[in-house]
Design a protein around this ligand. Structure first.
Ligand code: FE2
Length: 302
């Protein structure tokens, strides 16, 4: 017996034909009524009997490792498929793409990471093209900044501790009827219907990580992977020296700033007699995490 609270496909927030000529009514009908429905049906079947039939998809996706291995793939693919598509429908709007408010928090974060709104859209396109086979390209928040990542199949950034702000579905079912194999044309068309107002609301509501979680993030320091909180002053200093040797050279130009950040961290630790990063004040840990790009683990960052 299926639980009464089982997932259902949400209504589209606009008519099927509302995104034409960029995305046709046929594609929307097929994608929403058939594909999304299939994810919902399989998600309900995968969760049936687990006691989690009505769990918030976000909770399910952030706790995938707690599911028995024989159920995990079905849960990942289908709860992910349901959540990702729900977000996708809400991310598009009839009447042409909106723009983030010029002086808003999102526009500022976009400038910080990509230099400009145009640079952000260009990077989304590159990421969507780079995803080999079925998957998604995402604009996400790690709690401090916006980043672009890709995922395969129906994997969701929530499972990597990243907040999805905007995602483009690059499964062929999303564009084949309209654009055949021409993924670049579909991406250009999709960028013309993005609802940036919704993206802005998601960014405003994106959770900020706890310092305790930041200390648990993995970093590679002096070629060794360890928890950020366990890094010692000597390691921070040595890592800074190693990075400085690379800085300023072509694509490594940004490394100089990061090398200085590690050096500042070592100085802070010395001043405060901190044996490891975990002994520092939370404010200093947070600032260092931003400067040093101590981001959550993820599959493929662009
Ligand atoms: Fe899809």
């Amino acid at each position: 017996m299926m639980c009464a609270m089982a997932y259902t496909v949400p209504e589209l927030p606009y008519p099927y034909e509302a995104l034409e000529p960029h995305i046709s009514a046929d594609t929307m009908r097929f994608h929403h009524d058939k594909h999304h429905q299939a994810y919902v049906d399989k998600a309900n079947a995968a969760l049936d009997g687990t006691g989690l039939e009505d769990a918030d998809p976000r909770d399910v996706l952030s706790r995938l490792t707690e599911y028995p291995p024989d159920k995990r793939d079905a849960v990942t693919n289908n709860v992910g498929g349901h959540y990702n598509h729900t977000l996708f429908w809400e991310s598009m709007t009839p009447g042409g793409a909106t723009q983030p408010a010029r002086d808003g928090k999102l526009a500022g974060a976009i400038r910080e990471t990509f230099g400009s709104f145009a640079g952000c859209k260009e990077t989304i396109k590159e990421a969507a093209l780079s995803q080999f086979g079925s998957g998604w390209a995402w604009l996400v928040s790690d709690g401090y900044r916006v980043l672009i990542v890709t995922t395969s199949n129906q994997d969701c950034p929530i499972s990597d501790d990243l907040e999805p702000l905007l995602g483009i579905d690059v499964w062929e079912h999303a564009y084949y009827l309209d654009y055949e194999h021409r993924r670049p044309d579909y991406i250009d068309a999709w960028l013309k219907v993005v609802n940036w107002d919704v993206v802005e609301q998601r960014y405003a509501a994106a959770p900020v990580p706890e310092v305790a979680d930041i200390l648990q993030r993995l970093v590679t320091v002096c070629s060794v992977e360890r928890r950020f909180g366990e890094v010692t002053m000597d390691e921070a200093r040595q890592h800074s020296t190693e990075l400085k040797a690379l800085a300023g050279w072509g694509p490594m130009a940004k490394v100089g700033a990061i090398a200085r950040g590690w050096s500042d961290l070592a100085v802070n630790m010395q001043k405060r007699k901190a044996a490891t990063v975990a002994d520092l004040d939370p404010g200093i840990v947070e600032k260092a995490a931003i400067e040093l790009w101590i981001v959550p683990p993820n599959r493929s960052m662009v």
